[in-house]
Design a protein around this ligand. Structure first.
Ligand SMILES: O=C(O)C(=O)C[C@]1(C(=O)O)C=C[C@@H](O)C=C1
Length: 364
């Protein structure tokens, strides 16, 4: 005989009792964070940011490790992400500049990394994001750096060549596109679709198969596409979840991208160095000597000291014609002995070395 299931009112009573406990514990945690702020202020009366990227990464790593389900580790980590964001806002809210406008994937990346309690401000260009942080008008900035199908965002790399800012974190975002329309728009009336040209390209096969005849119009961003269709009953936009929410649009089709593993990586930029979290990366820029074997001499110390490279990019140096700089990301933190050793050796082997900082690997 099967066991009798509890009734719906009984289950809801259980849920109410559990919610009371969760609620009390969240506020207990928030009071703790308030005291943390007092301790930090006592240690440094001039403190402007209470954010601790390495500690947040550790909290999220612990959540993922101890999770037993039925909720997925990433789902629970996202809940803790928001709890920490709210706790930090009690200490002092963070101001975050990102490559706008509101509703872009960079906006989604900023919210994924800092949670919804952060104050996010859209900037018109990547340079402006750097300038806001350099001027102290924003605590941190968020900029795109590479996409799994489109490649590197050259402008972001070039900004690092001339800036004194550090990389303090990274975010990875699966890029999911949706076909969005305003409330009341009917499928049969759609005659045009707006999106950023990259997104139109990323959904080309899907559009060819489902809407071969509608006009495809490239605009400055997906968020701009979403804004436009808000007032047009014969148009659709291709954009992400954040833009759909922002402009109150209806999703006619979800996940219409041709490559479902399409991912963009974003960098968090700031002014301070980040202590080790236990699972970190370091990014450097090196200008090689113009001689045979120059790249080999740069890479050899990494191999000898067992440090894995996660990325290497070449960009024209902005000072000399026909000379190049390498952007190198590798595993490890600059406070680790092998990393220090490799950085010391590299100094003697290259024309210039700029350390962009060590930061926790993306956890969620
Ligand atoms: O541990 C700290 O330093 C805190 O300020 C607490 C806390 C948290 O809520 O866990 C909040 C903000 C920081 O960015 C890191 C962690």
């Amino acid at each position: 005989m099967s066991e009798k299931l509890p009734t719906l009112p009984e289950l809801r009573q259980q849920i109410d009792a559990i919610d009371v406990q969760i609620h009390e514990l969240i506020n207990q945690r928030a009071r703790c964070a308030q005291t943390v702020a007092e301790v930090k202020k006592a240690e440094d009366p001039t403190i402007t940011s209470f954010y601790r990227p390495e500690r947040e990464a550790q909290v999220l790593q612990m959540v993922m490790q101890r999770n037993q389900g039925p909720l997925a580790g990433e789902t629970v980590a996202k809940l803790f992400r928001e709890i920490m964001s709210a706790c930090l806002a009690l200490e002092s809210p963070l101001k975050i500049a990102f490559l706008g406008p509101n509703g872009t994937f960079t906006h989604a990346a900023a919210l994924k990394h800092f949670g919804h309690a952060a104050i996010t401000r859209p900037m018109a260009t990547i340079d402006e994001v750097f300038r806001e942080v350099e001027a102290g008008s924003a605590h941190y900035g968020v900029v795109p750096v590479e996409n799994s199908s489109e490649g590197v965002v050259n402008h972001t790399l070039d900004c690092f060549i001339n800036s004194g800012l550090k990389i303090i974190g990274e975010v990875e975002l699966r890029i999911h596109h949706n076909l969005l329309v305003a409330e009341g728009t009917q499928l049969k009336n759609i005659s045009r679709v707006y999106s950023h040209q990259q997104s139109l390209a990323q959904c080309r096969k899907w559009l060819d198969a489902h809407f071969p005849k509608i006009e495809r119009i490239a605009v400055s961003s997906n968020a701009e596409a979403a804004r436009l269709v808000k007032g047009e009953w014969h148009s659709a936009a291709i954009a992400g979840e954040t833009a759909a929410e922002l402009y109150g649009l209806k999703k006619l089709h979800e996940n219409i991208e041709d490559n479902p593993s399409n991912t963009t990586r974003f960098l968090i930029i700031g002014t301070e160095s980040t202590p080790p979290s236990g699972d970190d990366k370091t990014s450097i820029i090196v200008a090689a000597h113009n001689e045979a074997g120059a790249l080999y001499r740069i890479l050899e110390p990494f191999y000898r000291n067992g440090l894995s490279l996660t990325r290497i990019e070449t960009r024209p140096s902005q000072s000399d014609i026909w000379s190049y700089v390498f952007f190198i990301d590798f595993e490890g933190h600059q406070q680790q002995p092998q990393v220090k050793l490799v950085l010391d050796e590299l100094h003697d082997r290259v024309r210039e070395l700029k350390n962009l900082g060590s930061y926790p690997k993306a956890v969620i």
